[in-house]
Design a protein around this ligand. Structure first.
Ligand code: NDP
Length: 322
């Protein structure tokens, strides 16, 4: 029987790895010691890539696989995949939208409340026995705040819908205003930061948003301002953020993503009032299983000749002739 060879680029959750191993002949990139030698020997057998979140799929790797048809990403963000190289080679790229939006939005609300009300700090205070000596210091509040969402897409809307129940004002900035939401559009990111006192980043990473949140935007957010980032670390100029926190240009930050994961600057860790999470917004068993299923279903659908289920916008399906 003809088997289909798939390259798995990193660690996969057990349910996805089992499903892939059952359906395909798997090549596991981390186990390949000499990639060029492997590519010369086996490269022309690989018809699909199962791309682990965060592991780069470079143009060089794509070019080394002449029979590659599809790159199925695990995650909705795909800034780890060289999509331009895939387009160039006629390779379809898929991702896992929607199935994680609620989970990420739930975590975002948790991170926002944890940051404003200093929930991890209060927990540390109690465990250290400090409550026996004095009450925990009073904190900032969500009451009366204006929330600016940078990137009101699938996840941004899920965040805004949850926030609406908190009775806060919600503004947003995208490249284009939406006609299907009740939230007020702001034309530039700097104006959004000026008008809001909480800035939530739910925009994608990549060159277009690289360091979009810079010193100027942080200063515009103001001394009472709070930055929440669940999008991508590359969107924030991290040294500028550290300076803004150290100088009191903004009040605090809650971060799930960083510029050089899993490395987090010591200067950031040294700031007691920030809340730092190890990129866990979608990381429940329920949601990771759903993401894995959608990644594998994209491959199954493709190799059954039915096209991809959730292609990225750059590789739309059915294909449109240039
Ligand atoms: P969507 O594509 O639905 O939403 C992205 C939004 O960002 C759109 O509203 C888009 O609007 C806006 N946007 C894109 N580029 C720009 C830009 N250059 N300037 C301003 N706005 C922009 O994606 P999702 O909501 O599904 O996911 C968003 C991101 O969240 C992912 O790309 C990923 O990076 C991140 N994520 C993080 C997770 C985590 O674990 N922390 C988990 C899941 C996702 P418009 O096109 O009009 O500009």
């Amino acid at each position: 029987m003809m088997t289909i060879d798939i390259l798995l680029t990193g660690a996969a959750i057990p349910s996805a790895r089992d499903a892939l191993a059952e359906a395909y002949t798997l090549h596991h990139l981390p186990d390949i010691v000499d990639v060029p030698a492997w590519a010369a020997r086996d490269g022309n057998r690989i018809r699909g890539i199962a791309a682990t979140n965060g592991v780069p799929v470079s143009g060089k790797l794509i070019e080394a696989l002449p029979k590659l048809e599809i790159i199925a990403g695990f995650g909705v963000g795909y800034d780890n995949i060289d999509v331009a190289a895939a387009v160039n080679q006629g390779v379809v790229v898929t991702h896992t939208p929607d199935v994680l939006s609620d989970e990420v939005a739930d975590l975002t609300i948790g991170l926002l409340l944890a940051t404003i009300r200093q929930i991890p700090q209060a927990d540390r205070f109690l465990r250290a026995g400090e409550w026996l000596e004095k009450p925990f210091p009073l904190t900032a509040t969500l009451r009366g705040r204006t929330i600016g969402i940078f990137g009101l897409g699938r996840i941004g809307v899920a965040i805004a819908e949850r926030l609406a129940a908190f009775g806060v004002t919600i503004l947003y900035h995208n490249r284009r205003p939406r006609t299907d939401v009740p939230f007020q559009y702001v034309g530039t990111l700097k104006d959004l930061a000026t008008q809001a006192d909480v800035l939530i980043i739910a925009a994608p990473g990549g060159s277009e948003t690289h360091h979009a949140v810079n010193a100027e935007v942080l200063t515009a957010l103001g001394r009472d301002g709070i930055l929440i980032n669940i999008g991508r670390g590359s969107t924030v100029d991290e040294p500028a953020l550290i300076r803004a926190l150290e100088n009191g240009d903004i009040l605090s930050a809650g971060l799930d993503v960083f510029e050089d994961e899993p490395h987090v600057p010591e200067a950031l860790k040294a700031i007691e009032r920030v809340v730092l999470l190890p990129h866990v917004a979608s990381a429940s068993v329920h949601t990771r299983d759903a993401m894995g299923r959608l990644m594998v279903d994209n491959l199954r659908s493709w190799f059954a000749g039915k096209g991809p289920l959730t292609p990225v916008p750059e590789t739309p399906w059915p294909q449109v002739d240039a």
